[in-house]
Design a protein around this ligand. Structure first.
Ligand code: HAM
Length: 437
């Protein structure tokens, strides 16, 4: 029987690649002072109906459970995070910096970079309205990709702010000439514009009495204005955005990784201010990551009790794995990491089956010292055992237990050097050898 479309089997090699990605997410997060959390895989459907909005609602894996509750497998983390923080807001010192690496489920059309099940790193900061926090998250996303072996030649952060789109309608129709729902509609249309025919976009935008040319020139006007490091944005709603670029990302030397592009608005309903998406420069892949500010969500979630600014981003494993595979530098780094972890330190070769009890005792003692040890579970020829040690286990040493007892032979497999060691000295000798002493 085959697995379901869009769902993956993780054989050991795929699991090793996934572990590499997740371990990099964790390591770089800690460098930035983020702590890990998690939430439930299943949530009440209202959580997403109210908070996520947009395309996501049509993609939910939802069902009625045996208790009659309408539930959904989690498609994203942000509503859960907002619920969790709002519930115990007073327990945490702000700004709160949390990350997680969960698995999500979306009933999407299966295509390159998009599956129905995926892992997604999330990093969020709650309780900080300064653009310094936006910069910290963008820097974190960039550093994860650098740690994986990518450079500014490989990817770009497309940075934008939703704020210009409310002012776009205001400009066209005057302050009272449009509703908040129309701003949401406009954002959804701008979000889809890049992925569909221009005629379809124009037809949709016509409902709001604007054209795609109007939208493009508005984005281009602001793209140009914000790039000016002078005071062009002062006094406008984009002052904070200007600061983010020129006072926070610039001094960190990260502007080469960033393109300002106001046509990026993001598909989820809760974003309020600066938003960004990360793409590969070759444009072969769908977005690698996306996020932004959602300053109202905690308030909505807690009926106004916990009102706090918040921001974050998500980065999926699927596009990342495609990109690693297509970038030799990144691929070599991953393979070296996997080889280091996959290798056992020692394979105990049982050259004489009557010595199996002694061999088992040695394996156990070495494992007790923290060394990674493997051995044949049943009798096998000497040649076959050595072959297993080299080809399957990738061990550094073979410890041969046989007729020399109470001495054992230690073969250093890379150099073929052979030493005879008294078994009581073995653990100490191996440790020193590993340290190069
Ligand atoms: P999102 O843009 O829906 O944002 O997803 C973020 C990333 O998750 C995407 O750029 C992509 O790498 C990955 N992703 C999304 N859907 C799929 C899929 N079907 N298959 C494979 N990968 C996928 C969010 O989810 C926001 N909650 C992120 C966020 C966190 N915003 C604030 N904090």
């Amino acid at each position: 029987m085959k697995n379901l479309p869009g769902f993956r089997d993780f054989y050991p090699e795929e699991c090793a690649r996934r572990n590499y990605i997740v371990s990099t997410w964790r390591e770089v997060s800690r460098r930035y002072g983020f702590v890990e959390y998690d939430g439930p895989v299943l949530e009440p459907i209202e959580l997403y109906e109210k908070k996520s909005g947009g395309e996501l609602l049509g993609q939910l894996f939802d069902f009625v459970d045996k208790g009659g509750r309408h539930v959904a497998m989690r498609p994203e983390m942000t509503p859960t995070l907002a619920r969790m923080v709002a519930a115990r807001e007073k327990d945490f010192k702000k700004p709160l910096k949390w990350f997680c690496c969960p698995q999500f489920f979306r009933y999407e059309k299966q295509q390159r970079g998009r599956l129905r099940e995926f892992f997604q790193y999330n990093a969020d900061i709650v309780g900080e309205s300064s653009p310094a926090a936006d910069a910290e998250l963008i820097a974190l996303a960039i550093d994860i990709l650098r740690e994986l072996g990518f450079t500014d030649q490989d990817f770009v952060v497309r940075l934008s702010s939703r704020e210009i789109w409310a002012s776009f309608l205001k400009e066209r129709r005057g302050s009272n000439g449009f509703s908040p729902a129309e701003v949401d509609q406009l954002l959804a249309m701008v979000d889809k514009a890049e992925r569909q025919e221009e005629s379809v976009t124009n037809k949709q935008l016509g409902l709001l009495r604007v054209t795609y040319t109007d939208v493009q020139s508005w984005a281009a006007f602001w793209n140009q204005r914000i790039l000016d490091a002078g005071s062009a944005a002062e006094g406008t709603s984009l002052a904070g955005f200007h600061e983010l670029l020129h006072s926070h990302l610039g001094p960190r030397g990260l502007l080469d990784y960033v393109d300002v592009d106001f046509s990026v608005v993001r598909g989820l309903a809760y974003y309020t201010g600066a938003v960004f998406e990360i793409f590969d420069r070759s444009k072969r892949e769908r977005a690698l990551a996306g996020g932004g500010r959602y300053d109202e969500l905690l308030s909505v979630m807690s009926d106004g009790k916990a009102s706090m600014p918040a921001l974050g981003f998500g980065m999926g494993d699927v596009v990342l794995a495609n990109l690693i595979n297509d970038t030799p530098r990144a691929k070599a780094r991953m393979e070296a990491w996997i080889a280091r972890r996959h290798a056992a330190d020692i394979f105990v070769v049982i050259a004489n089956e009557t010595r199996r009890p002694e061999a088992l005792a040695i394996a156990q003692q070495l494992r007790d010292t923290g060394l990674r040890v493997d051995f044949p579970l049943t009798a096998a020829s000497f040649k076959k055992q050595l072959q297993t040690a080299v080809e399957h286990v990738g061990a550094e040493f073979a410890v041969v237990v046989g007729d020399e007892w109470p001495e054992v032979k230690v073969k250093t497999l890379a150099t073929r050097q052979e030493d005879r060691i008294v078994q009581t000295e073995l653990a100490h000798w191996l440790r020193n050898r590993q340290k190069g002493i």
